[in-house]
Design a protein around this ligand. Structure first.
Ligand SMILES: [Zn+2]
Length: 63
């Protein structure tokens, strides 16, 4: 599962890419800050994760 570092405590927060596309909010499990992940706002950070996901999809041959 892809993850991003918490902007406050640097804990790696796992996320599902489709949650980002739905602009879901996340809460850091370590410091409990709320993080809103928007794909548009986090393109650079998420691009790599998305590419990996696409690559994985190709390998698994799923939709
Ligand atoms: Zn945190």
């Amino acid at each position: 599962m892809p993850s991003i570092p918490c902007p406050n405590c640097k804990t790696q927060i796992e996320f599902d890419l489709k949650d980002i596309l739905n602009s879901k909010n996340f809460t850091c499990t370590t410091c409990n800050i709320k993080i809103t992940l928007s794909y548009e706002d986090n393109k650079a950070a998420l691009k790599n994760a998305k590419e990996k996901l696409d690559e994985l999809k190709d390998k698994l041959d799923i939709d």
